[in-house]
Design a protein around this ligand. Structure first.
Ligand SMILES: [Zn+2]
Length: 199
């Protein structure tokens, strides 16, 4: 949390709200601990998965807007064909548009490091190594990733500390394309179970 404490107040942040636990938590914490800050939210829905996270990001946004009235300036939802489309342009195009439209001075992400346990299937090895929690991105804006060197159990502790079970219940971590969700098989399901003890 030292990283979060170090982050500035009184600015407008851009947060990518994915529908998962990490981005919901970091957005909540910034809004709670930086009371003079404003928030622009950016989300993506995958068309080939029937926009499965659309309702999820809407519910999280409503929760945050209700908890912190008049602090969210905008919630932009982009629709992309698939994850590759999101990575190759869709995401940075939406970010660029929001940066042009609003006076944003920080981008926040809730990325975490992988669990130390040897969970192999589906593991993204780029999340194994320690990374800089604060950097300047391609748009010349500070990019804050205060949990980038913490694992999901740290996220679970913060959910407990701030009594955020209601928020946790709104999030969906599973990336399965077909129901049932949670599938209990994908990487995100396994990581959540490892940290929270439930799917
Ligand atoms: Zn899953």
């Amino acid at each position: 949390m030292e990283e979060v404490i170090e982050m500035p107040d009184g600015i407008t942040y851009l947060s990518t709200l994915s529908g998962g636990l990490d981005s919901a938590l970091i957005t909540y914490l910034i809004m709670k601990l930086k009371p003079n800050s404003k928030m622009v939210l950016s989300s993506f829905c995958l068309q080939h998965q029937q926009n499965h996270n659309f309702d999820t990001v809407k519910k999280i946004m409503n929760y945050l807007d209700y908890t912190f009235p008049f602090r969210i300036i905008d919630h932009r939802i982009g629709f992309v064909r698939d994850i590759e489309h999101a990575k190759n342009g869709g995401r940075s195009k939406q970010t660029r548009e929001l940066l042009q439209q609003y006076d944003i001075h920080g981008i926040i992400s809730g990325f975490t490091i992988n669990p130390p346990e040897l969970m192999i299937e589906g593991r993204d090895e780029t999340r194994d190594a320690p990374r800089e929690w604060r950097s300047i991105n391609q748009h010349g804006i500070y990019h804050y990733q205060p949990f980038v060197n913490r694992d999901k159990r740290y996220i679970a502790e913060l959910y407990q500390q701030y009594q955020l079970q209601e928020l946790a219940d709104l999030t969906v971590s599973c990336e399965a394309e077909q129901p049932p969700r949670p599938c209990k098989k994908c990487w995100w399901c396994k990581e959540k179970h490892w940290a929270f003890g439930f799917y």
